[in-house]
Design a protein around this ligand. Sequence first.
Ligand SMILES: NC(=O)c1ccc[n+]([C@@H]2O[C@H](COP(=O)([O-])OP(=O)(O)OC[C@H]3O[C@@H](n4cnc5c(N)ncnc54)[C@H](O)[C@@H]3O)[C@@H](O)[C@H]2O)c1
Length: 277
Amino acid sequence: MKRIAVTGGSGKAGRAVVDDLTTHGYDVTNIDVAASRHPDEPTRIADLTDFGQTLEAISRHDAVIHLAAIPAPNVLTDAETFRTNMMSTYNVFSAASTLGIRRVVWASSETLIGLPFEREQPRYAPIDEHHPLLPESHYALSKLAGETIAEQFTRWTGMTIASLRISNIMEPDDYDRFPGFWDDPRRRAWNLWGYVDSRDVAQAARLALTADFHGHEAYLVAAGDTCMTQRSRDLMEEVYPGVEVRSVAGHETLLSVDKARSVMGYHPAHSWRDHVS
Ligand SMILES: NC(=O)c1ccc[n+]([C@@H]2O[C@H](COP(=O)([O-])OP(=O)(O)OC[C@H]3O[C@@H](n4cnc5c(N)ncnc54)[C@H](O)[C@@H]3O)[C@@H](O)[C@H]2O)c1
C-alpha cells in the first residue's frame, strides 16, 4: 500500500497527514478544492461533491484518507454543510468501491456523541465508542450519516472503512490559548475538555491504513490528557455531578482512546504540557 489519496490535504488536519505520510515513505496525492500552502506540494484540484471528479481524482491509488469537509457547524448554512459533507463522503466511498480500492480512512467527529452536551448530559465518562450517538447539529448529523453509509458499503463490498471520531484539532500555535481555559471549567466542558494534536491525527490516520480489522469500525482519536490543569474526575464532579465516572487517572482524557490504542497501536505523542510552561 504505497499510493495514498488524501482529500482535504490543504487543510489543518490534511497538512499534518500529508507531511506524516510523506515522511513515512508513502506516495501522497493531495486532493482539494483549494491549493496547498506549500508551493512544492502539488494539489489535484477537485470538487468532491461531484462524483466524476471524485472518481478520476482518487483513481490509481491504493487507499484513501478522506478529510475534506466543511469542518464545523456555523461555517456555512446548515443545508450547505450537510450537502457538502454528505455528498463528498458518499462519492469517496462509492468511487473507491467502483475502483476496487479496499481501504478508506475518513474523518468522522467527536461531535456525533452529543456535543455540546446541553440538551442531554454524557451517559458516562470517559466516553468510548459504545456511547449513544446523539448529534446536535447538521454538521454532526452529516458525520453520523457518513458512518451509516460506511457501514453499508463495507457490508456490500467487503471493503474496510475506519471512521476516526476526531476531537478538537490543535496545531502547536493553538496551545498559547490554553491558559485562558483554566479559570472556568465550564468553558471547555462542551467536549469534556478534549483536544488532539494535528500530528496525532496524522498518526491515527496512517495507522488506520494498515491496522488489522475488517468491515466498518469507529475510533475515538484524542490527546492522552485534557486541556485543563484540574484532575479529570474533579472536572466531571464539578460540571456534570451525577454522571457516572469510570476509571480515569489524574489528567487523563475523558474521550477514551483505548480502542484506537489496542486495535491500531495509536499512542498520542503530543500534549499542550510540552508547549505551555
Ligand atoms: N478541526 C477540528 O477540530 C475537527 C474535529 C473533528 C473532526 N474534524 C474533521 O476533520 C476533517 C479535517 O478538518 P480540518 O480542521 O482540517 O478542516 P479544514 O477546513 O482546515 O480542511 C478541510 C479541507 O477540505 C477542503 N474541502 C472542503 N470542501 C471540499 C470539496 N467539496 N471538495 C474538495 N475539498 C474540499 C477545504 O478546501 C479544506 O482544505 C474534516 O472532515 C472535519 O470535519 C475536524
